[in-house]
Write a protein that binds this ligand. Structure first.
Ligand code: CP
Length: 376
């Protein structure tokens, strides 16, 4: 299998013990190693080769928000690696009663062998929570002389959704096997009447896709800015990679001649910040009132939809979405239906990304082990 022949043993060994909290914090070499490993796992899985590399280990995930794709990808990845997946609702844990992230990390780390976390709803909280959980695990393991490594995988926070953006990158590599350099990729806000969605998907996209020489456009109405840090990263990465990054406030202009469009909704920045204090105060009525104002704000931009007219402005673009999409709001029925199978293929990469993150962090001499599994 060419995907296994091209694995870099040294680069894979460097993944050992690594958690992934944002892609921006990972080197180009590490991103390349995870991508090549995910492609190898996909090739093995599709050829029916079993990969039980972590038997009798517990892959524990905590979700403080709903999920279909990421939960099932976590379970699917763990099962393919011979681990036992367990997924719990964060609101059913003692975090809901005020137990700290460090304490939670120590408790989960002593019992589990890998930890996934989704904590994406409140700005300033999710990524910080993951960092504190990691400190709790690491401190406990070090203090007790426990030599296990318990990596954390960010399954979406307020800053980034790395298993999603890496899955998206893998999908793009299939579509553009010669690379992303020079490709025009548009990440656009789109109208949603359903709820004020996190900022982490567009932030994750602009801070990853700018690393490969693409011309990345971020489009949104006034007032829908992203956090400063990922926007600064996008500028920095695009300069270093020979690509470009721009922000526009016109969806048609953003779609013009695009090779890839990724239109999805997120919440208005000022109101997302207002939620922070209301959430800390446990003000449920305040949170509900802010949500209604978010949706009223969104409703001023119902024309931000990805439909056939807008797709006609592109260079026959690939339509992408992390899903679930608001059909008839973010995207027309026709466009979604045209790309239905492609969207499922995009989503399918997540199971292999999670396998790569878990096995890369836990299995020594991984490239050699995979070659042995391919040719026993
Ligand atoms: N794209 C994504 O993360 O989907 P879920 O919310 O269903 O996990």
């Amino acid at each position: 299998m060419p995907q296994l022949a091209s694995l870099d043993d040294t680069a894979l060994d460097a993944l050992l013990g690594q958690s992934l909290l944002t892609t921006a914090s990972a080197s180009d070499e590490r991103i390349a190693a995870v991508v090549s490993l995910a492609e190898a796992f996909a090739a093995l899985d599709r050829a029916g080769v079993r990969t039980p590399l972590c038997p009798q280990e517990l892959a524990y995930a905590v979700f403080f928000d709903n999920s279909t794709r990421t939960k099932s990808a976590w379970a699917g990845a763990a099962a393919r690696l011979g681990m036992t997946p367990v997924i719990v609702d964060g609101s059913s844990t003692q975090v809901a009663h005020g137990e700290t992230a460090e304490e939670t990390g120590a408790m989960l780390g002593m019992n589990a062998h890998a930890l996934g976390i989704r904590h994406d709803l409140i700005l300033g909280e999710g990524n910080a929570f993951m960092g504190d959980v990691k400190r709790g695990i690491d401190d406990y393991l070090q203090a007790t002389g426990d030599r296990r490594s318990v990596p954390i995988v960010n399954l979406q926070c307020d800053v980034d959704h790395p298993t999603q953006s890496l899955a998206d990158l893998l999908h793009l590599r299939q579509r553009f096997p010669d690379g992303l350099a020079g490709k025009r990729i548009t990440v656009s806000w789109a109208y949603s009447p359903s709820y004020a969605k996190p900022l982490s998907v567009p932030q994750g996209l602009i801070s990853l896709m700018t690393r490969f020489g693409a011309h990345v456009t971020l489009a949104h109405p006034e007032g829908y800015t992203l956090l400063d840090e990922p926007v600064e990263q996008a500028h920095r990465f695009s300069s270093a990679s020979g690509g470009s990054f721009r922000v526009v406030h016109d969806m048609d202009a953003a779609f013009a001649d695009a090779d890839v469009v990724y239109p999805k909704s997120w919440g208005p920045h000022a109101l997302m910040l207002e939620r922070v204090a209301a959430n800390r105060a446990g003000d449920k009525a305040g949170m509900a009132a802010i949500e209604q104002r978010c949706l009223a704000n969104n409703a001023r931009h119902t024309d931000w939809i990805c439909d056939e007219r807008r797709m006609g402005l592109t260079a026959d673009a690939l339509y992408m979405h992390c899903l679930p999409a608001d059909i008839g709001a973010e995207v027309s029925h026709g466009v979604l239906e045209r790309f239905r199978v492609s969207l499922a293929q995009e989503a399918n990469w997540k199971v292999y990304v999670i396998m790569a993150l878990l096995a890369g962090a836990k299995v020594p001499s991984l490239a050699k082990r995979l070659r042995e599994l391919e040719s026993p």
